[in-house]
Design a protein. Structure first.
Length: 319
């Protein structure tokens, strides 16, 4: 059995660190998740240090490299500066997986009648999970899009894709150049249970909402507002899962790999798949060196051929 080593480096909290392993197909896979508590310079140093190590891929967590609207791709400056440091090793932030697996999981949930279009969805952020939003809308769900609320704390729900496009055209170029910590909880901010501004805004809409979908570090800011809601997310520690159960959520559904009572981030699953493709095809995939559509195609083929979603129980309903 061949061995693969994957290190997910995150701007997130070191309290969420995890070391584990799994077997898939003919590979024994070692996983390490290391948080830098928001220390951007430390993360850069670790990426550089790992270039001469024996690891197979670096996961880039606590940040997004790309945002999407339809087929248009936007690059976040801070994340680009990190990814380009990985010269010898593949680096994966989860963007490929979000564009492939998450929409498949949501469609499966609809087809299996776990969720239905009589329910209203709050998508806490759409630009990092545009394919998920589109899948809900294509299946006639009412979707409340929360990017302005959760990223910028602006009291405005976005109601459709055309409105999202218009706002993005006005704001996005400036937003992409902001330090990432202004847009997303990193470091100790990930340990804060409630954001009062976000909580107060969403509390006005919460009675109409049945499903809350998207990044857990945004969902976490809602505290007890998640009661009786179906949560579709990832990056859940055992403590996170217990907190959601204590808040009496209706269901918890994972969008990524679930091991040792924990759901890992999309970057980890993407790193696993990317490392296997690299090893079996003798290539070194990299999101800054390869065309994104090529990456989508090669990942899509592997996911289909390996029956990965079923074998790794992606889309697992935890409770």
């Amino acid at each position: 059995m061949e061995k693969l080593k994957i290190v997910s480096l995150s701007l997130g909290s070191s309290k969420r660190n995890k070391f584990t392993n799994l077997q898939f197909e003919n590979f024994e896979i070692y996983l390490a998740r290391l948080g830098t508590d928001g220390d951007y310079n430390l993360l850069k140093k670790l990426i550089k240090k790992l270039q001469d190590s024996d690891i197979d891929a670096i996961g880039l967590g606590g940040t997004d490299l790309f945002l999407f609207i339809e087929d248009k791709k936007y690059i976040i400056k801070d994340s680009y500066e990190l990814a380009k440091l990985s010269i010898k090793k593949s680096v994966f932030d989860g963007s490929i997986i979000k564009n492939i697996i998450e929409k498949k999981i949501i469609q499966n949930l609809i087809d299996q009648k776990v969720i239905n279009n009589n329910q209203v969805v709050l998508q806490v952020s759409s630009l990092d999970r545009f394919s998920a939003v589109k899948t809900f809308i294509q299946n006639n769900f009412k979707v409340l899009i929360g990017d302005l609320i959760f990223a910028l704390k602006i009291d405005r729900i976005i109601h459709n894709i055309n409105e999202l496009k218009s706002i993005a055209n006005i704001l996005l170029q400036d937003v992409l150049n902001l330090p990432f910590y202004l847009l997303y909880p990193i470091g100790k901010k990930q340990e804060e249970e409630i954001d009062k501004t976000i909580y107060n805004i969403i509390s006005k809409y919460i009675d109409k909402i049945d499903i809350i979908s998207g990044d857990f570090h945004y969902i976490k800011k809602l505290g007890n507002l998640v009661k009786d809601k179906t949560i579709i997310t990832n990056t859940l520690t055992e403590t996170d899962i217990q907190n959601l159960i204590n808040f009496k959520v209706k269901k918890i559904i994972t969008l990524s790999i679930y091991i040792d009572n924990r759901s890992f981030g999309a970057n980890v699953l993407e790193s696993i798949i990317g490392s296997i493709i690299n090893k079996t095809q003798n290539i070194t995939l990299h999101p800054l060196k390869h065309d994104f559509n090529y990456l989508i195609d090669i990942f899509n083929k592997y996911i289909h051929d390996s029956n990965l979603i079923n074998k790794l129980q992606i889309g697992k309903i935890i409770n």
